[in-house]
Design a protein around this ligand. Structure first.
Ligand SMILES: C[S@@+](CC[C@H](N)C(=O)[O-])C[C@H]1O[C@@H](n2cnc3c(N)ncnc32)[C@H](O)[C@@H]1O
Length: 259
């Protein structure tokens, strides 16, 4: 559904060049929020919120608190007016600001439709300012070096200005930092973890024996891997990586602490 605000031909500044203000088609907005599995406890931030459509859809159709950050004061004012007109002002708010400077640490879901050079500058902030497990969804553009956890193509019912007939969307889950050496309290298990974003390279030693590790997977704070005949599933918390090691007949609770 379209909101009261129509896409005005505002020119936004993109590193020395003016780029046309274009919007995410409504069906893509919806799919971005679905891909991020937005639920009522989420806090959605749209970085570069334009006419406010992602924030308004999140607040109206997903029932969440949503915030837009936008450089252009005119778009912020129009978005605020649209939120009030739709009776969403208690859940949808807009702030004039630069996404490279504003506090985004409260977000549990971040959406973006920004050019690659800006995504590249934003990437370190997303990794350091957002909590592990925060979902980041981008329309059309990816971040350099950080492979998406999921990619989808949305086919549009009709051509959208600046989009053509389809849109690609990308999901990343902010990974916990697991790099280093970890050991169980009884020293029965030791892990050495190297990490490149959500991709893990683990070497495991159990009872003095080096085990082959396969299928290592990190999603936010959730980690799983197979080491020899054992499967580990757990999550990073303040106390360490806590979870269960199991094989066909046994399941043992374990906590790995960082050395
Ligand atoms: C392509 S539009 C996307 C609008 C909306 N998120 C959507 O998907 O329909 C990008 C928006 O980002 C804004 N923008 C560009 N750089 C920004 C920055 N550094 N901080 C905040 N907003 C920015 C532009 O003014 C523009 O409204």
């Amino acid at each position: 559904m379209a909101f009261a605000v129509s896409p005005v031909p505002v020119l936004a500044q993109f590193e020395g060049q003016a780029a046309p203000f274009i919007t995410t088609p409504d069906e893509v907005v919806r799919r971005m929020l679905q891909l991020a599995q937005v639920g009522v406890d989420d806090r959605v931030y749209d970085l570069g919120s334009g006419d406010g459509r992602i924030v308004l859809t999140a607040a109206r159709d997903f029932g969440v608190m949503a915030t837009g950050i936008e450089l252009d004061q005119v778009l912020v004012r129009k978005s605020d007016e649209a939120a009030r007109a739709a009776g969403l002002a208690d859940r949808a708010s807009f702030r004039r600001g630069d996404v490279l400077r504003e506090d985004i640490s409260q977000a549990t879901v971040v959406t973006m439709y920004l050019l690659p050079w800006l995504l590249e500058k934003l990437q370190p902030r997303l990794l350091t300012h957002l909590r592990p497990g925060t979902r980041v969804v981008s329309h059309a553009f990816v971040m350099p070096g950080w492979a998406p956890d999921e990619t989808e193509t949305v086919t549009l019912a009709r051509s959208h200005p600046g989009q053509g007939n389809s849109s690609r969307i990308f999901l990343w889950i902010v990974p916990a930092d697991l790099r280093g050496r970890w050991r169980t309290e009884d020293a029965g298990w030791q892990l050495d973890i190297a990490q490149n974003f959500q991709s893990l390279d683990i070497s495991a030693v159990s009872g003095g024996n080096r085990l082959t590790v396969e299928g290592a997977r990190l999603r936010g704070t959730q980690i799983e891997f197979k080491a020899g005949r054992w499967t580990f599933r757990g999550a990073l918390s303040e106390g360490g990586i806590a979870g269960k090691i199991s094989d066909a007949g046994t399941e043992l609770p374990v906590v790995f602490r960082r050395l």
